[in-house]
Design a protein around this ligand. Sequence first.
Ligand code: FAD
Length: 437
Amino acid sequence: MTTLYWIRDDLRLHDNPALTWAASRGEVIACVLDEPAYPGSRPLGSATAWWRDRSLSRLAANLASYNVPLYRLNGDARSVLPAFAATHKVSAVCWNRRYHLSTIDATAKDTLLAQGLEAHSFAAHCLVEPHAVKPFKVYSAFARAARAVLQDTMQPALGVPDLHGPGAIAWEELPSPGWAASLAEYWTPGEKAARDRLASLDLSDYDKGRDFPARPATSRLSPHLRWGEVSAREVWQFASALPTDASSFHSELLWRDFAWHRLYHVPDLATEPVREKFRNFDWYWDGGGIDTSGKDSRPHPLPELQAWRTGETGIPLVDAGMRELWQTGYMHNRVRMVVGSFLTKNLGIHWRHGEEWFWDTLVDADPASNPFNWQWVAGCGDDASPFFRIFNPQLQASKFDPDGTYVRQWAPPLSPPPIVDLKESRQAALDAYQEIR
Ligand code: FAD
């Protein structure tokens, strides 16, 4: 009996419920699907596309060591998957669930069942599946409910299953674009690197140090979690076993779950403000859209937006963050909040422009956390930072980068004059907010 395992955002062998189920039935073959942008979804950004392909190559090699072939397919899951399953005479198809394209998966499942095949999906991406608790709009209430579910239901992480397949096939890695050379200096995609990073997780400075961008206090696991190279469950359990208290780290993992929970209930999170009154807020918006065929360096018609993207605003902490992002595909969380506040409040530019830029350039960009956090920063999301909380990037720098280490590492040595007056633009943002209140 051969089972087809459909790989999505779960590029790992460890703690993989769908793969474990497939292995328990006999021979396994695996496929990955380059899907079109369905209504309501969009193509991967350039940095995540780069990551996914490098990670897939490593997964293909790992599967090949068990004689499991990995096929690269192209097209709509609803038709391609059933056709492939029929051609390869499999008796069952399985996958780990995702929470933003559930109708596509449901249709694919129905078609497979109608063909007389077994089709099963499993929980693997979140700690608590979005539908396992009632809908919450406030993080603290969600986290309480999620922790209760976890306490009752969490199982030990699974090991690598006893896999075998009919024989590996050649896997061709897509060429790495030239701009990605700098990403490769900072990151190694793939399950091994994810597990190495987890093994070196040290939370001893997490509580005090995680807001300081120059301190190596956080895990840097986000792109590995994004692609499921390690499971959130395994990360949670590993952190629990450390000698230091893991509760604030666990809370951050639950923010990730909360973002998926919100996306599950609000599918247009990336395009519509969750809070109604922000629909007519006077943000600058030019229709958006980034050329996802490669990193987009076209000049933008709005010079302030272009200066923000390229780290030339003359505000050192903002410029440092935007340059760290461009160079490494990552930006420290505190600085993400600062550059987001600066874009949406001091520059008055629509949060969607920021979200789209991050979507294209972050190696950890995901369909839930990115729009969720942008709406949080802009003040228009659920349980968001209030609009009137406008980060002052100079105060933030003196508090969280007091000796300037982070700014010196990333910002240009000679800062251009600021493109905006922080005090006046803050007042203008507050006045605009008064109008919609
Ligand atoms: P750690 O502090 O070590 O946290 C552990 C894990 O918890 C992270 O790897 C991540 O999976 C999760 N996590 C932590 N903070 C958050 C959060 N606020 N929301 C959701 N999950 C969180 N994170 C993404 O993974 N993808 C995104 O596209 C993304 N976009 C963001 C956009 C903005 C404007 C902001 C302010 C934040 C965004 N974040 C996003 C959240 C956060 O900045 C990153 O998860 C974090 O910086 C990753 O670094 P780390 O792995 O060292 O985090």
